[in-house]
Design a protein around this ligand. Structure first.
Ligand code: ADP
Ligand code: MG
Length: 328
């Protein structure tokens, strides 16, 4: 008999969902950032994401507005990963009976502010009691606007692997918050107020050269692992090419942490990782960099081989966040 610690989050999902009947209209089912459902000419994107007190956030350093913002941002990030436009969201709140109402209003304000800034309607939800921890679950609905949804599958041997933004900032921001260490505010913000990369996702999905995409929520190595397995390719990351923010390097040194490990294994940055055809890649990236406010960096390459991720050509011990498996 196996327990959750043995099989982990992804083993559990596989076990529970084995043998599910596929409907014809369900173009992409379990295993991608969103499900894709064909409705007439439209392709709907559907996803949900839960945030649990004590697992994803702590009330002592995150404001209620931060928590609301992050719940909505994490859910919307999956729409971004498919290159979609977000339409609306539904918010389920499970609260302990003694929760302060003004505090909950502030949390909702965080959700509302992000929804407004991203032009996403709040269409409903559910409200219930919870025995001790606060829980939020955000369901998002979007629509594919490019010529196809950008799935996790599709990477081919020889493709380049690129990321938007700076990896590792969120995890370092979290470490600074946990240790009560002073850190540049953008590192703390990266953890408390991630921005879903909706604009960037839609922009990238318009390029036929871009073949697969994922949002990095559980760490670069782990999430590129999903891309590698979905595409049936090996992905090698070159650490020399990782865009390490100067503040990340300085702050990691102050805290005795390895900045490369933060970038490889740190989660919750919600930047996008994608693969693209190598032909014309430089010209395309030049254009993308001009249009996007974030840097876009090639960090590695895909090749034929056993699906998985290597770092500088070597196998790595799986890192990243996995519910039910305690960090060693
Ligand atoms: P993400 O990190 O993009 O939010 P997850 O790692 O949470 O994605 O989930 C991976 C895939 O497994 C997704 O396609 C998701 O819809 C699916 N999934 C997760 N939990 C369940 C569940 N309990 N039942 C069915 N599908 C699930
Ligand atoms: Mg995702």
């Amino acid at each position: 008999m196996s327990n959750l610690e043995d099989i982990g989050e992804f083993g559990l999902i596989e076990r529970l969902t084995k043998g599910l009947k596929r409907s014809k209209q369900l173009k992409v089912g379990i295993g991608d950032d969103c499900a894709v459902f064909q409705l007439g000419d439209e392709q709907l994107l559907l996803s949900c994401d839960a945030l649990i007190e004590g697992v994803h956030f702590r009330r002592d350093w995150a404001s209620p507005e931060d928590i609301g913002h992050k719940a909505a941002a994490a859910a919307l990030s999956d729409i971004a990963a498919m290159g979609g436009r977000a339409l609306c969201m539904l918010l389920t709140l499970a609260c302990p009976q003694n929760t302060d109402v003004a505090w909950l209003e502030r949390l909702y304000q965080g959700v509302k502010a992000l929804a407004e800034s991203e032009h996403v309607a709040i269409a409903g939800g559910d409200t219930t009691a919870s025995p001790d921890a606060l829980m939020l679950d955000v369901t998002v609905v979007g629509v594919v606007t490019a010529h196809r949804p950008l799935c996790r599958s599709g990477t081919r041997p020889g493709d380049l692997i690129a990321i938007t933004g700076y990896p590792g900032c969120s995890t370092l921001g979290l470490k600074a918050l946990e240790r009560g260490v002073d850190a540049p505010s953008h590192l703390r913000e990266a953890h408390l107020r991630p921005r879903p990369k909706l604009l960037e996702g839609r922009y990238l999905a318009d390029y036929p050269e871009v073949r697969a995409m994922i949002d990095v929520s559980d760490g670069l190595v782990q999430d590129l692992g999903h891309l590698a397995r979905a595409g049936g390719v090996r992905i090698n990351i070159e650490t020399m090419r990782l865009p390490l923010h100067d503040d990340l390097v300085a702050c990691a040194a102050d805290m005795g942490l390895n900045p490369v490990d933060c970038a490889l294994f740190g989660g919750e940055d919600y930047y996008l990782a994608f693969s693209m055809a190598p032909e014309q890649a430089e010209a395309m990236l030049e254009e993308v960099r001009r249009q996007l406010v974030l840097p876009v960096t090639v960090i590695g390459e895909a090749s034929a081989g056993a699906p998985g991720v290597t770092v500088d050509g070597k196998k790595v011990v799986p890192g990243g966040y996995n519910h039910f498996q305690c960090p060693k």
